[in-house]
Design a protein around this ligand. Structure first.
Ligand SMILES: Nc1[nH]c(=O)nc2c1ncn2[C@H]1C[C@H](O)[C@@H](COP(=O)(O)OP(=O)(O)OP(=O)(O)O)O1
Length: 224
């Protein structure tokens, strides 16, 4: 486990927008950067001077064009990601929102699209999402998760999606969104990104949401 020891962490956010009535979830296709070519919630680094929640709201606006009021966005959990031989872990604060304002819009980083909750493209998402996203959707939050990743070998068919993945995506149910562009599939794409999940542990139904994780992988404090 020494190869997973971290000495620092980066705080990032992830927002899941859910339409309870229609049983749909808004995901974004990441066009570039960390996690490129995967579907995910909206989020990114928290900037100096802003709260984690404010960072989550800002990233949602930047990446999906929509606004959520601070009182209508709820902390669903914290995930701590460890990457082998990387001394910096990711502390990812996951939020959920059932209401939003504004028009959903694509940006240069993300292409938003609604998916039926029964048809979430887990095979084109970070591998850990299938572990904790059902927890959020089933309202078994707050949760705390620890996920350990190993880098996939560059060669080998396993690390690459095949044509069948492409066709699955094209059948995903989508509600109309302004200014959509086609997903640039065609060439081989990374399946679930360049990392393989090696180990995971999730605690569900916590009495309150974790606020911060310790470098040893435990919960340091809870939201008051
Ligand atoms: N294993 C994982 N599972 C997951 O579901 N989301 C992950 C993940 N690892 C990282 N993320 C998400 C969290 C966060 O929204 C984003 C990483 O934040 P980054 O700041 O690196 O991303 P960006 O390139 O979007 O940065 P910004 O420039 O801050 O927008 O990727």
């Amino acid at each position: 486990m020494d190869s997973f020891q971290i000495t620092a962490k980066k705080v990032v956010t992830l927002v899941m927008v859910i339409d309870k009535e229609q049983r749909k979830i808004l995901l974004g296709y990441k066009k570039r950067g960390f996690g490129a070519h995967l579907w995910n919630g909206f989020g990114g680094k928290v900037e100096p001077g802003e709260t984690v929640k404010d960072g989550a709201i800002r990233e949602l606006k930047e990446e999906a064009g929509i606004t959520v009021k601070p009182e209508l966005i709820q902390k669903a959990g914290v995930l701590l990601f460890f990457f082998e031989h990387d001394p910096v872990g990711l502390e990812c604060h996951v939020y959920k929102a059932y209401e939003y304002e504004g028009q959903i819009q694509e940006c240069d980083e993300m292409r938003p699209q609604w998916f039926d909750i029964a048809d979430i493209p887990y095979d084109q998402m970070w591998e850990d999402d299938k572990i904790w996203l059902p927890t959020l959707l089933n309202e078994q939050d707050p949760f705390f998760g620890k996920m350990h990743f190993k880098r996939k070998p560059v060669e080998g068919g396993d690390a690459m999606a095949t044509a069948s993945t492409t066709s699955k995506l094209s059948t995903a149910v989508a509600a109309p969104v302004e200014s959509m562009s086609p997903t640039p599939f065609g060439a081989a794409q990374p399946k679930n990104g360049p990392y393989a999940m090696f180990m995971h542990h999730v605690e569900r139904n916590l009495p309150s949401a974790p606020k911060e994780a310790s470098l040893d992988g435990s919960i340091a404090s809870f939201e008051s």
